[in-house]
Design a protein around this ligand. Structure first.
Ligand SMILES: NC(=O)c1ccc[n+]([C@@H]2O[C@H](COP(=O)([O-])OP(=O)(O)OC[C@H]3O[C@@H](n4cnc5c(N)ncnc54)[C@H](OP(=O)(O)O)[C@@H]3O)[C@@H](O)[C@H]2O)c1
Length: 306
């Protein structure tokens, strides 16, 4: 037997159950991963609580839970390619990552080797947040010399976006609440409070102007950037949905260049990028982990260990 987090009806954290389930095995063309850690993202609780969002991803109940994972390949089925027993890997398994074992088909898109020197905990935070940050900056062609406004800079995606933007050579201004300003400064970003009057506050901080922006929370930052004269093609959003202001680039993790993962892991290995882990929960406390995540004031990443 093995364990998996499942839910039988849509709802809040209380619908999540840690169950004993039959141990899955790798069939032909498949590999099995012994999951060590599973990173959480807002999409996890959105999919568990909003049937219409789940339907867009083909998820029906009963369902497993989670997407991001890192662990070790422990079974390789006949004819499976690209993996050997003992390989450390990170990647995504929609609606089934928070489980002792996850079986994936090969060739496995959305999986990467976990380099030596990067823990499973850190690795499990990278697939969604790291790749989404990379896509959000690629969409606006961020360059050295840019001054970029990042909305929701302290969140799971924001901590990657701030650091990738600094690595690219940009000046970074990030939105957060006042209590989070010091956290942003640790990453070399200049904090500015979100909320009404944002464009005026950014203008005061950067009288020479902002040249690009990415909105990682809603539409406020995108709208402020437009008001500051940033061309719409140099503004991206990841969470605005159909409300994205006209002309701005709506993007997401699935748009990222797969090569961006190596850029991120290389930067972690050189010490140019660190992943702030806000909290680690054992799988038995998955409900508490989701409750914290859903509060939307997390700084960095939350993950679950198995
Ligand atoms: N399209 C995609 O592929 C994709 C991928 C990943 C995520 N997303 C979406 O992108 C969003 C961000 O994801 P995430 O993992 O970064 O979320 P998160 O970790 O939950 O974000 C938390 C952060 O949001 C900040 N925040 C709270 N209220 C805010 C406001 N009104 N304005 C600006 N920032 C605010 C908080 O800062 P304070 O604590 O200072 O308030 C906190 O640091 C989510 O909606 C998620 O669903 C989309």
């Amino acid at each position: 037997m093995s364990r998996a987090v499942v839910y039988e009806k849509f709802g809040g954290p209380e619908v999540l159950e840690l169950r004993e389930v039959p141990e899955p095995h790798a069939g032909p063309g498949e590999v099995r991963i012994r999951v060590a850690a599973a990173g959480l993202n807002p999409m996890d609780w959105v999919l568990a609580s909003q049937p219409e969002a789940a339907a867009r991803f083909g998820i029906t109940v009963p369902s497993g839970f989670g997407y991001d994972l890192a662990g070790v390949v422990d079974e390789v089925g006949d004819g499976a390619t690209g993996f050997a027993v003992g390989d450390r890997v990170l990647g995504g398994a929609l609606g089934r990552a928070v489980a002792d074992f996850v079986v994936v088909k090969t060739p496995a898109e959305g999986f990467w080797p976990t380099p030596d020197g990067i823990s499973n905990e850190v690795a499990s935070t990278l697939p969604v947040a790291g790749m989404t940050a990379a896509a959000a900056l690629a969409a606006i062609d961020l360059q050295s010399g840019d001054t970029v406004l990042i909305g929701g800079a302290a969140g799971g995606v924001g901590v990657f976006a701030m650091q990738l933007a600094k690595i690219a050579g940009a000046r970074v201004i990030g939105t957060a609440s006042e209590g989070t300003f010091e956290f942003l400064r640790q990453f070399g970003a200049e904090p500015v409070a979100y909320g009404p009057g944002l464009a005026d506050r950014v203008r005061a901080l950067a009288p020479g102007g902002v040249t690009a922006a990415t909105d990682l929370f809603g539409t406020e930052t995108a709208e402020a950037a437009l008001a500051l004269g940033v061309p719409p093609e140099r503004i991206s959003t990841i969470a605005a949905g159909p409300n994205a202001p006209g002309g701005v680039r709506a993007t997401g993790g699935f748009d990222a260049d797969p090569a961006a993962m190596k850029h991120i892991t290389d930067a972690i290995l050189t010490g140019d990028l660190t992943v702030p882990i806000a909290a680690i929960f054992p799988v038995e406390q998955v409900r508490e982990a989701v409750e914290l995540q859903a509060g939307r004031h997390v700084h960095g990443k939350i993950l679950i260990t198995l």
